[in-house]
Design a protein around this ligand. Sequence first.
Ligand SMILES: [Zn+2]
Ligand SMILES: [Zn+2]
Ligand SMILES: [Zn+2]
Ligand SMILES: [Zn+2]
Ligand SMILES: [Zn+2]
Ligand SMILES: [Zn+2]
Length: 495
Amino acid sequence: MSYSDDEINIDDSDTDQGDIGDECISDDDGIALESHDQNNSEYRENAAPDNEVLNHDSLEAEMKKAIGDVQAVLQVKTGVCRILLHKYKWNKESLLERFYEHPDTTTFLIDAQVIPRHTQTVPPGESECDICCMVSGLSGLACNHRACTPCWRSYLTNKIVDGGQSEIECMAANCKLLIEDEKVMLYIKDPDVIASYRRLIVASYVETNRLLKWCPGVDCGKAVRVGHCEPRLVVCSCGSRFCFSCGNDWHEPVNCRLLKLWMKKCSDDSETSNWINANTKECPKCMITIEKDGGCNHMTCKNTACRFEFCWMCLGPWEPHGSSWYNCNRFDDSVAKTARDAQEVSRANLQRYLFYYNRYMGHQQSLRLEGKLYATVKSKMEQMQTLSMSWIEVQFLRKAVDVLSECRRTLMFTYAFAFYLKRDNNAIIFETNQKDLEMETEQLSGFLERDLDNENLVTLKQKVQDKYRYVEHRRKILLDHCAEGAEQDIWVFNE
Ligand SMILES: [Zn+2]
Ligand SMILES: [Zn+2]
Ligand SMILES: [Zn+2]
Ligand SMILES: [Zn+2]
Ligand SMILES: [Zn+2]
Ligand SMILES: [Zn+2]
């Protein structure tokens, strides 16, 4: 049996490997580069962007190189190599390791479920296609599930165009055999579908490779590569700065798992929670949330298993209302008071959430408005250059806005961290650090938004530099404390 016949390469026209795409912009000397203008909310000094950035062509070239390396050893079709690499999550070393544990290529391919264990040969000639019932020459995979060419074509086109799949199983139900690229290319003739397929193959390469991640930047289309898979800050050439592990904005000090919980909570709760606060109460008996939909205070719980009748005003049972001894307006009626206490606990939880949510959103909003601040600062910098300072000498202002952005981002995520944090001594230290950073950040913000014109240049420069250095220092203290705590496993989170 041979697997190296009818070699059809996907496309060899552009094997321009070695082109690693756009390199990251680094800014080690603390002086902003000119390209900063397009992404002026980015702060690069601490970024240490040692990740690689790869565009579509370099990804494809890299993928082909890995396929070529495996093919040189296994001597099978490139399509089979790609399926194998996909199954091994593009870890070439572990694939080859497993290969060498097998007596021969065929056994390895059978174990990897790339070829079926048993194949029976079907005599050539025309027969009826099981799918469309037309009599014609049938073809198929090694599993011998066969169909006519138009049926294969429409099946594959559908999987590629509508399903967005690049690893396509045989069309027979329960047959898990993947169709190699050479076969796909035999059936598909439409250049648009072929182009989609090639894009999907590269996407699949990135998505199954642990060391690669798509940049989440809008219309960016590049991927970043790291040396080790871990939650860390990566920077794309488009300016996006994100967490390699979860793809969100870089979110130190909160970890990926809590951030995910937090964002889910925010998207579930944010719009409704204020409304809930004002317009609903919990049934005093079953605690289901009830909306007041009319003026009448005689409520009946909508939970059919409960149907408790109560008073909206005092939360006491409705039944005694109207009898002479019950006072709806007296605060200490014991039944109603117990109900109100329970209600308070649930309201308190909501209030607590809203507290953290509002602060989180507050910093996010300030971050968005910093584009405006960059513009103000830029004109101030131009003005200073016409007076007495050189271009280099006025860069401290831009740096100050960079620091401000970075601190806002950190503060924003400290509120997600704090929301889940169990209160203990470490949490109190964290809160003190958070309070200090917040206070200093607001002062820096005040300098930049209000005091720019009220100071002489030399004093202004001194003040702003002192302030941003101190704020940076506070930020470092907070983040170091959080990171050390994570290393020593001292943080306790309530989820
Ligand atoms: Zn057919
Ligand atoms: Zn099959
Ligand atoms: Zn990007
Ligand atoms: Zn993350
Ligand atoms: Zn109820
Ligand atoms: Zn009442």
